[in-house]
Design a protein around this ligand. Sequence first.
Ligand code: ADP
Ligand code: MG
Length: 491
Amino acid sequence: MSSYRIQGATGEWEVVIGLEVHAQVTSKAKLFSGASTEFGAEPNSQVSLVDAAMPGMLPILNKECVRQAVRTGMALEAQINRFSRFDRKNYFYADLPQGYQISQLYHPIVGEGQIEILLDEKDESSAKTVGIERIHIEQDAGKLMHDQHPSFSYVDLNRSGVALMEIVSKPDMRSPEEAGAYVRKLRSILRYVGSCDGNMEQGSMRADVNVSVRKPGQPFGTRTETKNVNSVRFIMAAIEYEANRQVDVLEGGGSIVQETRLFDPDKGETRSLRSKEDAHDYRYFPDPDLLPLELEDAFLEDCRASLPELPDAKRRRYENELGLPAYNAAVLTAEVETARWFEALLAALPSQELARQASNWVIGDLFGALNRLGKGIEGSPVTPAQGAQLLGLVADGTISGSLAKQVFEIMLETGQDPSVIVEERGLKQTSDTGAIEKVIADVLAANAEKVAEYRSGKDKLFGFFVGQTMKAMQGKGNPAVVNELLKKALA
Ligand code: ADP
Ligand code: MG
């Protein structure tokens, strides 16, 4: 694993990172009310009396949110706590009409677990395990809008009461790259599980970034916590900036104060927001409106049975059962949409022997085209079935690999099936030895000097003759047959 170090005047410093990721739970309704969680609605159009904290309203726990948190815990190989409880975290802020957030401090629903990250996709030995401390469920607050009017601020309570999972890592990461790999892997697992859409731009996943520095081998230093960072790039930049700032402070003879900071994406800097509050500042106590949560065996079994094959298991299966190279397996399983597309392609292939070619085609040709078009795999103009048909046409010798590239370009433009394109445009490859021999005879006659050079030992010219023959046949000669007949003719 990489060893990331900051070089200071007094020697090398190591960075210690722990992340608290807030992930919005995928559910139709909020954690304690029936209001919708749909993104992008008119402000304050999805607010029940419970979310607005009208006096006398009582919360009713949404079972689906509990189920999603348990499934997430299982996917992170974590301890599931059959007994958990909700606590009130008391504070005042204009986006929090209740005056407290319902959360789980003392008895979270999920305990210790782990995530395996790969720093280099090509290399299993770059794997590292990052510990998960706990996952608890809690309510989101509303949103303040300050820039709508010069002298007013507005509050939108649509988000108020939406269920969040707070996924707390151990302080196990040691570089911005490790933190980036951790967040990407966590997001990938959440998307596989379907418990959070992982959409960081819409705020469905955001991280509090805890950073400290120390001389290697020394005890952990004092940490700062940078709140609500909402992209992988910003998380990495915040760590980089904050670690260097702390080294400067310490080397200048100062000390780090435990505090809450904000990241400014425009400047790439963090700045102090407030001194860090401790749990006792919030006067946590068990919420008297909610009973403790006790999970039954049948519920846990149902959660486990509903889990899909997860990215690590899938990656290993692609390598061991399909025989894919490690890199291909890692790339194709990194995002659930890619894996789904690839598996639909596999299902449509004439033979599973073609899995490896198929993986190369997806990563090379398809990803290349999608990149050019600025599209994700879900927006691919070519369907998995069409991709499978194209690979089948190459495998059965109907078209050569180079013709396949031409056909693919036409598929991208027209959306037609490859078999139709090959038929209509007469792009079939020919293995007709008579026809090929005739073309070869013409090529050799037109290049008598080169033929003489070849025969006197300039072997490298063979490729030239192949190229000329293929060109004369507009790419339609079967390459194996062309090679064989050329060897004979030149002998
Ligand atoms: P709080 O709610 O006060 O922020 P938590 O226990 O919920 O406390 O979260 C602490 C987070 O800080 C965890 O992700 C943990 O890994 C991380 N952390 C703890 N100590 C350090 C440290 N010395 N340096 C960096 N990160 C740390
Ligand atoms: Mg925190």
